[in-house]
Design a binder for this molecule. Sequence first.
Ligand code: FAD
Length: 385
Amino acid sequence: MYNLKVVVIGAGIGGLTTGISLRQAGFEVEIYDRVKELRPAGAGISLWSNGVKVLNCLGLGEKMAQIGGQMDRMQYLTKTGELLNDIDLQPLVEEVGQRPYPVARTDLQQMLLDAYPGEVNLNHKCIGVEEDAQGVTAIFENGHRAIGDLLVAADGIHSILRRYVLNEEVQPKYGTYVNWNGLVPASEDLAPKNSWAIYVGDHKRVSMMPVARDRFYFFFDVPLPKGTPVNPDYRADLAEHFQGWAQPVQLLIERLEPSQTNRVEIHDVGPINKMVRGRVALLGDSAHATCPDLGQGGCQAMEDGLVLTQYLLTTNLGVEYALQRYEAERKERTGAVVQKARRRAEMIHGVDPDITQKWYRQLAQEDPTDVTSAISKVILAGPLH
Ligand code: FAD
């Protein structure tokens, strides 16, 4: 199709990637976000090879390599620091054809903003949508109205447009744990600089992975009831949760900057049975917020953007037809990832303690290539093989 105008709500990973992809395909795009200033939520993200391949398709592969960390291995350790498994990621890279990149979210956001050939319209909170046979109109709190041939609702886990598409309220589900994340200077007394180090024990997890400019993106996971009162002294809180854990974990707690550390209650959405209504398409977390335990939520948003663009480009049967094809392909893929990530979140965080103990034992005995094959399977089930 030619001469389409697309209104995108949300300038997160999903909205920006989609905006870039649509503009490269020759479509007119307007992106709107409610915030006055774009700041990524969270410190870092691991982009697995399927996400990186989307960026390759958009001509951003080289830039991604500059901002991504060199992650050659994954090391699982017990809470007291004994090595459970040391996994070479090269077989994975060879199987899928692209290395994964952990990256600081500010770097990723800046790269995407630089690549988007236009301005994001900030301070525009979308409050509703109207459709007729000719097009769709986004309505904003400030009185602005944006008209397009289609609307992409990339407005995140608390999407207000999800209700319009599904015709019912679907609330995010609590993923049973709290995650603290941030960045620290990389140093060998914390972890090898080319490795993703993961400490596991007591249904908790501590992770450090390298990102550009000699930093580690770190996170801590602790299973806690939803709504557990926040101790604003994150360092003291983490010192208590991880008392007795290995020396690098203690050093990490000492070195993290509490004011730059994020605390998130993990939630997911779905699987939902619709992603599209008429000329409106949900994309990214609005449709399928995913527990971060597979590192796939952002990667799925990127895949969504590319697949949507391709269906719009390759049909002459109209916008609604293209969106139906998008929905049919993406609903299945993303629903499976949401479910798999939730099962993994539950396994890691002791929802059934026997299953978590079994996982700890399995980690010690597992052939490293079984681990890389399992990751490859998730990656290769996407649109880019
Ligand atoms: P968002 O990034 O939430 O963007 C939505 C945008 O919409 C925001 O800018 C918001 O301001 C705007 N908006 C919302 N409502 C409105 C409105 N009404 N009007 C206008 N604008 C609006 N994924 C990975 O791939 N790998 C990982 O390693 C990984 N780790 C994660 C770790 C944690 C702790 C968490 C919480 C998530 C992680 N994810 C990871 C998931 C990933 O962060 C998300 O899937 C991704 O950021 C979703 O992008 P999005 O664009 O769909 O939504």
